[in-house]
Design a protein around this ligand. Structure first.
Ligand code: GLN
Length: 270
């Protein structure tokens, strides 16, 4: 009888423990209820900011930065409590997709411009960039803005390079969906110059993917990239705080050195 009593006691005790564990779990869930994935659009044709590996995985400066923002160590997870879920999207459709709130944010080397600020919002600047002229290595005629007059120029649809090209008198502009395509046209001799983001072009030349092309030394513009969100995004404040944390705790510098082998320049706060 004593033995049976003991078994009952043990059973009740174990059941009690089980109930206690279940109760605790529902009070302190491992996945915080606000840890919903942040849908982040990117166009992985902009090397080295966003690259799609053969495996399908994404890598690049922007990808590292966005993932770092979601790390608890960056502090942003405490602020925002989000996990990042990347979605591939053509660059040209990014602004309208944000406007329609079909994604929560976009990181894709997107330049902060007054025109874009009319319809979407941007985080504080996270990268200092600029437009450059790319020509075939043997071309010595194109040196600056003035020498672009009347020339055949290739640009990416919807980019700041495309906007800039419109200001060149008598230029014949061809538009392309992504970087690799317009460089091919330059090499083929179909166009005289490409106007695109200096860092991406320089990176491709340096890493051997672009042979026979050089970048004219003087940049045409100074631009800053920002993480884009719909207007009045509930996430923008946390993203800004997170960028601030990554800038001051050395993570930003680490990511910059990894991709560009150089120390990052100073960035403005807004
Ligand atoms: N920085 C350029 C822009 O915002 C191009 C970016 C890109 O091609 N991903 O228009």
């Amino acid at each position: 009888m004593k033995l049976i009593n003991l078994k009952w006691q043990q059973l009740i005790l174990s059941l009690g423990c089980l109930l206690l564990i279940i109760a605790c779990k529902s009070f302190y869930p491992t996945n915080k209820p606000d840890a919903v994935p942040l849908r982040v659009a990117t166009d992985p044709t902009f090397v080295p900011f966003e690259i799609q590996k053969a495996s399908g995985d994404l890598e690049g400066f922007d990808i590292d930065l966005m993932n770092a923002l979601a790390q608890p160590a960056a502090g942003i997870a405490k602020v925002a409590g989000f996990a990042v879920q990347f979605e591939n999207l053509p660059f040209d459709g990014m602004i309208s997709t944000l406007q329609a709130k079909r994604v929560d944010a976009a990181i894709s080397g997107i330049t902060i411009t007054a025109e874009r600020l009319k319809t979407i919002a941007f985080s504080r600047p996270y990268f200092k960039a600029g437009l450059a002229i790319a020509v075939r290595e043997d071309n010595q005629n194109i040196q600056d803005f003035n020498s672009l007059r009347g020339k055949k120029i290739a640009v990416q649809i919807g980019s700041t390079g495309a906007d800039f090209a419109k200001t060149i008198p008598n230029a014949k502009i061809s538009t392309f969906n992504s970087g690799p395509e317009f460089f091919q046209d330059l090499l083929n001799g179909n166009v005289d110059a490409v106007i695109s983001d200096a860092f991406a072009t320089l990176y491709a030349i340096k890493n051997g993917n672009l042979k026979g092309i050089r970048v004219v030394a003087n940049l045409l513009t100074q631009e800053y990239y920002g993480i884009a969100t719909p207007k009045d995004s509930p996430h923008l404040d946390a993203i800004n705080k997170g960028i601030g944390i990554l800038l001051s705790n050395g993570t930003y510098k680490q990511i910059y050195q990894k991709w560009f082998n150089a120390d990052p320049p100073q960035l403005p706060n807004s």
